[in-house]
Design a protein. Structure first.
Length: 138
């Protein structure tokens, strides 16, 4: 039996084939333009996260936590011109929550962190995980 969801899934696949992945990436990025941009790098022993956070004066106000294999950042880009009428507003000015996939299991204790010139860099040591948990089916 076919459902409406099956039809939507087929349409989505065809649209991706016709328009390409870049179209959807650009569309999603434009939608989330108030989110900071992030890069994630791997070495053998650590994961390095670099995040653009321009304008944050008190980096201690940023809430950063590890949830599973993700780094979750919550914060806000403050506006120094509260009370003024905005004529043009292109800079980030809002609260945000950014979930950054790390691609590896990491310790929740960073080995290094630095905020300089609007760029946050955090280094996490990789940890070994045992994903070989046997499932017993009865």
């Amino acid at each position: 039996m076919s459902t409406n969801w099956d039809g939507m899934e087929r349409w989505y696949q065809l649209a991706r084939m016709f328009l390409g992945e870049e179209f959807f990436h650009d569309f999603i990025t434009a939608k989330n333009n108030n989110l900071p941009f992030a890069d994630v790098y791997h070495s053998k022993s650590e994961v390095i996260v670099v995040v653009d956070l321009p304008g944050i004066e008190d980096i201690g106000s940023l809430d950063a936590r590890i949830e599973g294999d993700n780094l979750v950042l919550k914060g806000s880009f403050p506006s120094p011109y509260q009370g003024y009428e905005s004529f043009l507003s292109e800079r980030k000015q809002s609260t945000f929550q950014k979930i950054i996939p790390l691609g590896a299991a990491v310790s929740n204790k960073q080995t290094f962190s630095r905020y300089r010139k609007g760029i946050l860099e955090i280094r996490f040591p990789k940890i070994k995980t045992n994903n070989k948990n046997k499932i017993v089916i009865k």
